[in-house]
Design a binder for this molecule. Structure first.
Ligand code: ZN
Length: 139
């Protein structure tokens, strides 16, 4: 799609690709080693991929994480799937060097995303109810 930046940079920043996905490294990287692994087909989310595409993209994602891990001794390699801006399924592979701040507190810590969500943690009854619904859907 012409208005999709992932579709556009898929060719320019391709470092590895398969029938179902592409590993890119380029201008959107926020730090050294920040890769973007995207589905070859323009779809908004993981649930829009066929089983074969999802398997292919996740295998490529694993390959990208392993490959990045061979470059240096990262402290951690994160895999994030956010998709707030881009309506093309992709995952960010973001390595953290020893001494760099961990990502977890930005999401789960009291000063992170959780702070803007407010007191919205589900109570145990709501968790139990959703657990039952999920069990029936996912079996
Ligand atoms: Zn796209």
């Amino acid at each position: 799609m012409d208005d999709c930046r992932i579709c556009r940079f898929m060719n320019d920043w391709d470092v590895a690709s398969t029938k179902h996905g592409v590993v890119t490294y380029g201008g959107l990287a926020i730090k050294e080693g920040h890769l973007v692994v995207a589905s070859r087909r323009h779809v908004p989310s993981l649930s829009d991929l066929t089983d074969e595409e999802a398997t292919g993209v996740l295998a490529l994602l694993r390959k990208a994480v392993r490959g990045l891990g061979e470059i240096r001794a990262w402290e951690k390699i994160y895999v994030l799937m956010i998709g707030d801006k881009d309506t093309h399924f992709h995952a960010h592979v973001i390595p953290r060097l020893p001494g760099e701040a961990p990502v977890g507190p930005f999401v789960f810590g009291p000063e992170g995303w959780r702070s803007v969500l407010g007191p919205s943690s589900p109570d145990s009854r709501a968790v139990s109810s959703m657990r039952e619904v999920l069990r029936s859907i996912l079996k």
